[in-house]
Design a protein around this ligand. Structure first.
Ligand code: GLN
Length: 474
């Protein structure tokens, strides 16, 4: 069911919002003790918000676009009065005194916030195994990871525990788990969506956006959360197009680029490669033009990201000092000891690894060799994309080199874990919009395709995705 179907059913009285919420809460109670996709279930607030919507419907008031629809929110988005932990011990008891801009917009549009979802600690990871509150399992196969860092948001949509959710994507944390869980997940252009109230990881890369069961629902959520925000100076004052109107656009003559460099990669699984290439041929048969594109710096994305993201993280996470808020070691000790102990006990090992790498890369004598060099390579990667978009409308690639991997498989090998974002990171470094679309299922696990467009051309992503979705459904 799409949001449009749900609106129809709510309006006609065929179903009430309270029934929708209750049904999801019952399902969460049944299934989530196994999956662990939620960290907080917002039962009472959700039910009372649903009752209010039902009264509005009964009295004939006009409804907002998301009225009465239960959505889930990644636990790194601040929700006023509701625990927001970032899946870290250091924020285990943090209750924000304010609401993030994106959740405020969703609530204003009538959405019901059903709960907060599990994630890798501080959004650092690709498997949701680094959460201080235990891993999330993949609903397709519980011996596999759901991807990360927004694994809880992806798994909760895939398992039918909510109708859509928000995640954050710094290096692939929406698209990669969407690919592993077989749902739609997109990352908008940097500056399209406000990050006010998003707990910062790497500020020049972080973006918030939706997971959904289908393309039109993703477009509807993005429509609601997009736009300039006075509280986030990185948001851009460019009008937000009507994404739903672009969904039915024809793809005849659309120029679709295939980046050679990402299909050459030795880590790319053959079945993933074949499914993506076969959908490219399908599109060609249906009227699109396929163009081979070379992005020579594409494969330098990982090395570049793992200098820039930890550097920004080391600065952003300096605020967790045991003084202002969050976990504090209560032993009798000096201020320095208290701060060190609070951070040592409060952060998990992946977060500490990032802080150490970032502090090192920014330190006097090394900043030019590492941080500055990484920023220069970042510019080269961006230029590769600029050149590509002179020739094509969109770029097509796999989202992840493999389908969902097994629990523990990469946990002791950070480099192997980092490589799972090989194909998603370049779009973050360049600030471009990109989407994951479920493509096929192999050995019981979903494969996703990634489409990337030029700045602020989310409408092209939606148009092509909707076209492909129709092909699969029919
Ligand atoms: N997996 C990547 C990392 O660990 C990306 C995370 C993200 O997008 N939040 O940094």
């Amino acid at each position: 069911m799409t949001f449009a179907d749900l609106r129809q059913k709510l309006k006609s009285g065929e179903v009430s919002s309270k029934e929708l919420v209750q049904e999801k809460i019952n399902r969460i109670k049944d299934i989530d003790p196994t999956l662990n996709s939620f960290l907080t279930i917002n039962t009472e607030n959700a039910l009372s918000a649903a009752e209010k919507i039902d009264k509005q419907i009964a009295s004939g008031e006009s409804l907002s676009v998301l009225s009465g629809i239960p959505l889930a929110i990644k636990d790194n988005l601040c929700t006023k009065g509701i625990k927001t932990t970032c899946a870290s011990k250091i924020l285990a008891n943090f209750v924000p005194p304010y609401e993030s801009t994106v959740t405020k917009k969703l609530l204003k549009a009538g959405a019901i916030m059903i709960g907060k979802t599990n994630m890798d600690e501080f959004a650092m990871g690709s498997s949701t195994e680094t959460s201080a509150f235990g891993p999330t399992l993949n609903p397709w196969n519980i011996t596999k990871v759901p991807g990360g860092s927004s694994g809880g948001s992806a798994a909760s949509v895939a398992a039918g525990l909510c109708y859509g959710s928000l995640g954050s994507d710094t290096g692939g944390s929406i698209r990669q788990p969407a690919s592993f869980c077989g749902v739609v997940g997109m990352k908008p252009t940097y500056g399209r969506v406000s990050r006010w109230g998003l707990i910062a990881f790497a500020s020049s890369l972080d973006q918030v956006s939706p997971f959904a069961n289908n393309v039109s629902d993703a477009a509807e959520i993005l429509q609601v959360i997009s736009g300039k925000d006075e509280l986030d100076s990185t948001t851009v004052d460019i009008p937000v197009p009507n994404y739903l109107e672009t969904l039915s656009k024809s793809i005849k003559g659309m120029k679709i680029g295939l980046i050679d460099n990402c299909f050459d990669h030795e880590g790319l699984a053959t079945d993933v490669k074949e499914s993506v290439l076969s959908s490219a041929s399908l599109l060609e048969n249906l009227g699109a033009e396929i163009v081979n594109i070379s992005c020579p710096r594409f494969n330098d994305g990982i090395a570049t990201y793992y200098v820039i993201a930890p550097s920004e993280a080391s600065a952003n996470l300096a605020r967790y000092d045991g003084v202002k808020y969050g976990f504090r070691s209560e032993e009798e000790q000096s201020l320095i000891e208290m701060t060190s102990k609070s951070r040592a006990l409060g952060f998990g090992s992946e977060v500490k690894r990032r802080i150490l790498i970032g502090t090192y890369a920014l330190s006097a004598g090394y900043a030019d060799a590492y941080y500055k060099k990484a920023q220069q390579v970042r510019t080269l990667i961006r230029r590769d994309f600029d050149n590509a978009f002179k020739k094509v409308d969109v770029l097509l690639a796999p989202t992840s080199p493999t389908t969902a991997f097994s629990y523990g498989q990469n946990l002791d090998n950070p480099i192997a874990m980092y490589l799972s974002d090989l194909l998603t990171i370049p779009a973050n470094l360049a600030g471009l919009p990109a989407i994951n679309l479920p493509l096929s299922i192999i050995n019981g696990l979903p494969i996703g395709i990634q489409i990337c467009a030029n700045y602020f051309e989310e409408n092209k992503l939606f148009a092509l995705s909707q076209f492909l979705e129709n092909q699969f459904i029919n």
